[in-house]
Each structure stands twice: as C-alpha cells, then as structure tokens.
Design a protein. Structure first.
Length: 93
C-alpha cells in the first residue's frame, strides 16, 4: 500500500515516463497516463522486462516480475514503483 510519504514526486514520475519512452522508442507526447503499452505503443515482452530492469536500477528497489502483468500503462507503472519503494522502506519486510 502506498502512502503520501511513498508517492513519487513529479521529477520521478517524469523520469519513469522518459525511461519507458526511450525503451519503447516513442515520443513523450505520444504517451498518456492511461495509454496501453502493448495495444497503443506496440510494446513487447522484452521491452517490458527492460523497463522493469531500468526502474529497479534507477529507484534502487526490487520489483517482482509477477508485477509485469499489472504494468500496462504509465499510471500502473508508477503505482508498482511506489509500492516497491514502500515495501523496501517497511521494517516488517
């Protein structure tokens, strides 16, 4: 669960969008929060894995590959990253 403290700032959200656009080779203006990577931007599974890997590296966290099925657009990717950061900072984990 994400909390206000775990929400990504605008700069981090822009960085996520930049990473995704670079990997999918599209212009940022072509991507909205809800445009779907596979259906709207012709992403493939290798692109999804590369996105996951880059996000883990940039944000210093682990994201389970099972989360790939949720990471269908920019909004859900941001949510998954926020959750991963929250899990990392949770002392119970």
């Amino acid at each position: 669960m994400t909390t206000a403290a775990n929400r990504l700032d605008l700069e981090a959200r822009d960085r996520i969008k930049e990473i995704i656009c670079d990997i999918l080779e599209i212009e940022p203006s072509e991507m909205t929060d809800t445009s779907r990577f596979k259906e709207d931007h012709e992403a493939d599974s290798m692109g999804a894995i590369e996105i996951l890997s880059q996000l883990e590296r940039i944000f210093g966290t682990d994201i389970d590959q099972a989360e790939l099925s949720r990471m269908v657009n920019l909004a859900t990717v941001i949510t998954v990253v926020e959750e991963a950061i929250a899990a990392k900072s949770d002392p119970a984990n």
